[in-house]
Design a protein around this ligand. Structure first.
Ligand code: ACO
Length: 437
């Protein structure tokens, strides 16, 4: 771990205190303020953790000003063009691209763990018809810990092999659970995973084939799905990954930690934005509002109405993933000969946003969610499932972070401080006291 002898000095109430400076491998700078309270009596206050690093991590590098994103050092553009999702998942979780032998072994393990326990299948029938698939997904993932309790403790002495199996099991089963939750929502029988199909093709087959109508697996669709999942695979300390790390810091098992990540991802400011983008495009289409008027409404709302799929906490330029997804979207729709009017509205919105002073001055550019939904629609995936697709993609990142945190001797229970601003000590009046219990 690269560190330097640099120190940062803080002048506070007549005294000078020194804090170590940490330098990352891409020269990112951090000031280690763990001793701040001990030295000064003060804590840092940073709503939304805008400027707070919670760990050192060797998984993903991103530069939001330059639009750079690399997994384990590899540019995401290279991986999207030349790899399959499962290889990228392996890279994120294990730190290196799989050798041919490791690739075969990993594929074999993914096949071996692709089924879910038959008892778990019955859970699906107990959810109401309108249940959101993200709620089902998180419930199913946490339920895995009841079927596979051998990893019920987040113990440092857990054999590496057990972690590897748990990670593989989760990778494979999440795909099955996602497809089953869709089948349940449309009242069709579940389609079981097949060992002769690769990860993405297998998922598409489970989603769209039925006993009466086999699904034609088109290579262009498989490629697009691989690209989408790769682009979602990790994004360093985003909200859901931070949730996985935070919940995992209490030493809870992998399944429970990932279920927490799924819940965080569901939110419309995070992964749920992909569904909100389509809602927004449909609203514009159905209301007959012009793109210009819609954008003016957003601007006038003072933050109450958002242009979903725009803006990012760390990207202050065009999200590199959005660039790739936009091209992938145009290419796929043209190959499939899909003419989606929502794509025209999206193009118009983007062009408007990219030239409007409101968005320019706030560095608001399209993010990963802006075009992904149009691809999912073209593939036939309904919008309620979009965030589930995001979860499928993000899973290797969550696993990699859970694993990295667990292996870090400095991994502590995450417990932020606060500045209390409530009332000073008060005394209960006689009339406030309950006399009968
Ligand atoms: N539409 C309109 N205005 C916006 C948008 C937007 N999408 N995003 C930010 N703004 C405005 C805010 O109202 C604020 O304006 P102000 O300075 O006049 O008060 C300013 O831009 C700064 O916004 P913040 O909310 O402070 O920025 P923050 O970094 O906290 O938010 C976020 C990032 C949550 C992603 C935000 O841009 C947003 O809500 N976007 C829409 C939802 C979305 O697409 N989320 C997906 C993000 S990618 C991902 O998580 C996978």
């Amino acid at each position: 771990m690269p560190t330097s002898d640099d120190v940062a000095s803080l002048h506070f109430r007549g005294q000078t205190h020194e804090f170590p400076v940490i330098t990352g491998s891409e020269n990112e700078l951090g000031i280690d303020i763990a001793a701040l309270r001990k030295k000064t009596g003060a804590v840092t206050l940073d709503y939304g953790y805008i400027n707070t690093g919670s760990c050192e991590s060797a998984i993903t590098y991103l530069d939001g000003e330059k639009g750079i994103l690399r997994y384990r050092g590899y540019p995401v553009e290279d991986l999207a063009a030349n790899s399959r999702f499962v290889e990228v998942a392996y890279l994120l979780i294990n730190g290196h691209m799989p050798t041919p032998h490791e690739r075969t072994e990993w594929s074999g393990l993914l096949n071996q763990h692709s089924m879910i326990h038959e008892d778990m299948r019955h859970f699906f029938y107990r959810f109401p018809d309108h249940a959101h698939p993200m709620a089902i997904l998180s419930a199913m993932v946490v339920s895995l810990s009841t079927f596979y309790p051998e990893l019920s403790q987040h113990r440092p002495e857990e054999p590496e092999e057990a972690i590897h199996i748990a990670a593989t099991r989760l990778m494979s089963k999440l795909r099955t659970v996602a497809a089953f939750s869709y089948k349940k929502s449309i009242g069709e029988p579940f389609v079981y995973p097949r060992h002769d199909l690769k990860y993405c093709a297998n998922f598409l087959n489970m989603m769209f084939s039925s006993p009466v109508c086999p699904y034609e697996i088109r290579p262009e669709v498989v490629k697009a799905l691989n690209v989408l999942l790769i682009l979602h695979a990790d994004h360093e300390q985003n909200c859901s990954t931070a949730a996985v790390r935070l919940v995992g810091s209490a030493r809870v098992n992998l399944y429970a930690s990932v279920a927490a990540g799924i819940c965080a991802l569901w939110g419309p400011l995070h992964g749920g934005a992909n569904q909100m983008v389509i809602d927004m495009l449909e609203e514009i289409r159905d209301s007959g509002t012009s793109v210009r008027d819609y954008v003016e409404q957003v601007k006038a709302s003072k933050g109450r109405k958002l242009l979903y799929g725009f803006g990012h906490r760390v990207y202050k330029t065009y999200d590199p993933r959005a660039k790739i997804i936009k091209k992938c979207c145009d290419d796929l729709l043209s190959v499939l000969k899909v003419n989606d009017p929502l794509l025209d509205i999206a193009h118009e919105l983007e062009a408007y946003g990219l030239h409007d002073e409101y968005f320019l001055s706030r560095n608001l550019y399209p993010n990963v969610d802006f075009y992904s939904g149009i691809i999912y629609r073209a593939i036939g995936i309904p919008k309620e499932m979009f965030t589930v697709m995001f979860a499928l993609g993000r899973l290797p990142g969550w696993i990699a972070h859970w694993k990295e945190a667990r292996e870090d001797p400095r991994f502590k229970l995450q417990r932020p401080r606060q500045i209390y601003v409530g009332p000073n000590m008060r005394v209960l009046r006689d009339e406030d006291k309950t006399r009968e219990h």
